[in-house]
Design a protein around this ligand. Structure first.
Ligand code: NAD
Length: 254
């Protein structure tokens, strides 16, 4: 698993350390490159191309966001990663494969949400699932995976007129927005399963998008923040790397 970080943003470095440690624990070799913030788009693309050509590397990550104030284009960087090594699931070929026939490498967070639901024995087929947030990193891929599993999916976002009316229909409520306390108990159907993807740094520490105190009174199950979806994202990164390695070795069990 190859990882590239540009700059020295403390949060990015913490994420990288977590991923590197998890990879080592799983017996996955970790190739880490930290580049100066001003390395530039061309040099970054060169490093990605070298990893792309390296047979020892089955999966490639480039930490986003790239440093502000420089002329970086993250989409071009993602394009430079061969789809088969794009273990973040960001490449258009993987997104398309997930959205159509399920063949693409799925986004790690969305895939982790599905594993959490399955592990908890949640019935997905026929359930009303509402995803709040439509980012290409979380909301959209989560909606594709839920649809593929026969849920009735509603995607809400910043222009949704009456958010509570939409969230109250959900048997499965997935929230990926980045606004602490956005979802309160009165917005949740009794018995719903609530997955809180948000990671917000506040004066009181890290919290999600869901007001845990009020929602946990109403929901039948709810993920905590921290400790819920976050660790699953890293676990699925390792699973995606294994899938990429097996595919490139011609093992087609995935
Ligand atoms: P983003 O900023 O790209 O997207 C946010 C989405 O929320 C947008 O689609 C926007 O339309 C919607 N939104 C904004 N305000 C809203 C409102 N008032 N009502 C309804 N929808 C609203 O964010 P992202 O990258 O998807 O991340 C969302 C959150 O999830 C962040 O807190 C991020 O840190 C966290 N996150 C966690 C993990 C994890 O592993 N747990 C992974 C990725 C992102």
């Amino acid at each position: 698993l190859g990882s590239v970080v540009v700059g020295d943003d403390p949060a990015s470095l913490i994420y990288q350390r977590g991923k590197g440690k998890a990879a080592a624990e799983a017996g996955i070799e970790w190739f880490y490159k930290q580049l100066p913030a001003d390395v530039g788009q061309d040099a970054l693309l060169q490093v990605v191309s070298e990893m792309a050509a390296d047979d020892r590397v089955d999966g490639i990550l480039v930490q986003s966001p790239l440093p502000a104030g420089y002329d970086y284009d993250y989409r071009q960087v993602v394009k430079a990663i061969p789809a088969g090594k794009d273990v973040d699931g960001f490449h258009a070929e993987n997104v398309g494969g997930v959205a159509t026939d399920g063949s693409g490498i799925p986004g790690c967070t969305a895939a982790g949400i599905m594993v959490l639901l399955d592990h908890a024995g949640v019935q997905i087929r026929g359930a009303n699932a509402t995803v709040v947030g439509r980012s290409s990193i979380v909301g959209r891929p989560a909606s594709y995976l839920l649809l593929a599993r026969d849920a009735t999916v509603t995607v809400a976002h910043r222009h949704t007129r009456d958010l509570a009316a939409v969230t109250r229909t959900a048997d499965i409520l997935i929230v990926a927005v980045g606004k602490p306390g956005l979802i309160t108990g009165d917005m949740v159907k009794p018995g719903a399963v609530v997955i809180d993807v948000g990671i917000n740094r506040t004066e009181d520490g890290i919290c999600g998008d869901v007001d845990f105190a009020s929602v946990s009174e109403v929901a039948s199950a709810i993920t905590p923040v921290p400790g819920g979806v976050g660790p699953m994202t890293i676990a699925m990164l390792l699973a995606n790397t294994l899938m990429a390695a097996e595919r490139s070795a011609g093992i087609t069990t995935w």
